[in-house]
Design a protein around this ligand. Structure first.
Ligand SMILES: [Fe+2]
Length: 454
């Protein structure tokens, strides 16, 4: 069965499971406060509207979770399933930009998470409809835990199938970063439900609206960060436009560097900066003259010297971006060699920043797998063998070991080869019509990124 069909099947299974759940545990409308249900549905929709997307589609942070939990405690499993499932519909889903089976999956899994949380609350002895903080704290926390587990395991399963990524990697990439948000807001469910139960609408609003305002402030800050990331994309697009043969190379180096950083146990904020460094490592080529950067023949010594200046230019460009931290220093050294024979400073071993050593390996690996006008691509095994051969000379052997460990995974290999082939097919189409760079081998180690050691 193809991946797309599997993902569609998972969406349908979840949707049917949610319908089955509602059939077995139907909403109990007897004596329910419709105003209360509407009040919580509006709060959930508002929280969802103000949610803060994390970088690279890694989920989102919001206060929807405790609201869904409070709905389960106050109105029971059936109503919570419907309210949480429908009120969390987001703008993208409503606009039709999200595939129908993904919408079904999202609605069903969020509804089921809230519904099963309601079942857990009752099963653990929680008071139906009128929760109190002291009396019902443990059943409420138990229900929050069930909600968290159902939500997270469903998301990991779905994303792992969708992206053909191992479950553990999926957890690390998409889910781990939102766990603190979940755990931190989990107790708010019972507090909010108890306040609503004893004080009513105004009490719940006074309690919860400041949280929404805080979320809004974070959203504004996050929007600024996204604008900053947009600027990064513009820089790489400018470079790709200048040299379409390397289009997509920078993004792939960034992705690969982040994966290696994560596999080496670097903290997530450093992994994120490493990813930016990988994307921007060659941005200094913007400052290299076209007749040098795109030269089909061999460089003169002066041209080679100009080309070798690009890491320094990359470093200078990024040194002024405060949010980039040490990224400028890392990219300035991405052509240093472990044995000291690189440039610009001829640094050796661990004197080279770790992140620069990671980028050097990723740069070379992607360059070897890519076809250029002056060389054919190397087969996967040959590229791995070349890295192994150069470990300890050009490359940090530990970084090479980590990459080769990742490269042994068939899923990793498939995704990387596909990314390279797709980008090259797009570049070839873009170059049709006479923009292609004809001619013999150009420029050796200064141009095409870190090439295999000689
Ligand atoms: Fe470079």
């Amino acid at each position: 069965m193809r991946r797309e069909q599997i993902v569609v099947a998972v969406g349908l299974v979840y949707f049917l499971a949610a319908l089955l759940f509602l059939w077995k545990v139907p909403p109990d409308f007897s004596g329910v406060s419709w105003g209360g249900v509407l009040f919580f549905a509006v709060l959930i929709a508002l929280a969802e509207f103000l949610r803060i997307p994390l970088p690279r589609g890694k989920g989102a942070v919001s206060v929807t979770f405790p609201l869904g939990n409070a709905t389960a405690l106050l109105f029971g499993p059936g109503i919570a399933t419907v309210v949480a499932g429908l009120a969390t519909l987001d703008a993208q889903e409503l606009s039709g930009k999200v595939k129908w089976h993904v919408v079904l999956f999202n609605r069903a899994q969020i509804g089921l998470s809230a519904g099963l949380a309601g079942v857990a609350y009752l099963a653990l002895g929680g008071t139906p409809g009128t929760p109190e903080l002291a009396r019902d704290l443990l059943p409420a926390l138990g229900s929050a835990l069930v909600m968290f587990l159902v939500n997270v395991t469903s998301a990991v399963l779905f994303l792992s199938l969708r992206d053909r990524m191992p479950l553990w990697d999926t957890w690390l990439l998409y889910v781990r970063s939102i766990v603190p948000n979940y755990l931190g807001t989990a107790p708010l469910g019972i507090i909010l439900a108890a306040v609503f139960n004893s004080v009513g609408y105004l009490g719940a609003a006074y309690f919860f609206l400041p949280l929404l305002v805080a979320q809004y402030a974070f959203k504004l800050q996050n929007d600024m960060r996204r604008a900053f990331l947009g600027t990064i994309s513009a820089l790489t697009a400018a470079l790709d436009a200048k040299d379409p043969y390397t289009a997509g190379h920078s993004e792939r180096v960034g992705e690969l560097a982040a994966r290696i950083g994560r596999a080496m146990g670097l903290p997530e904020n450093r992994v994120e900066l490493l990813r930016y460094a990988g994307i921007l490592h060659d941005v200094g080529k913007i400052g290299i003259r076209d007749q040098v950067l795109l030269k089909p023949g061999r460089f003169t010594p002066e041209e080679y010297a100009e080309m070798k200046n690009h890491p320094v230019l990359s470093g200078r460009i990024l040194a002024n971006a405060e949010a980039m931290g040490e990224v400028g220093r890392w990219v300035a050294h991405h052509h240093e060699h472990w044995n000291g024979q690189g440039y610009p400073d001829g640094l050796t071993g661990e004197r080279i920043p770790l992140e620069a050593r990671v980028i050097a390996v990723c740069d070379a690996f992607d360059a070897m797998l890519s076809r250029r006008t002056y060389k054919e691509s190397l087969p996967w095994e040959a590229a791995c063998a070349e890295l192994r051969r150069c470990a300890g000379q050009q490359f940090d052997p530990q970084v090479v070991d980590v990459l080769l460990g990742l490269a042994a995974d068939p899923g990793f290999r498939q995704s990387m080869v596909t990314a390279v082939e797709t980008a090259q097919a797009q570049a070839a189409m873009a170059l049709e019509g006479g923009r292609a760079r004809p001619g013999p081998p150009a420029n050796g180690s200064g141009g095409g990124g870190g090439l295999p050691c000689s």
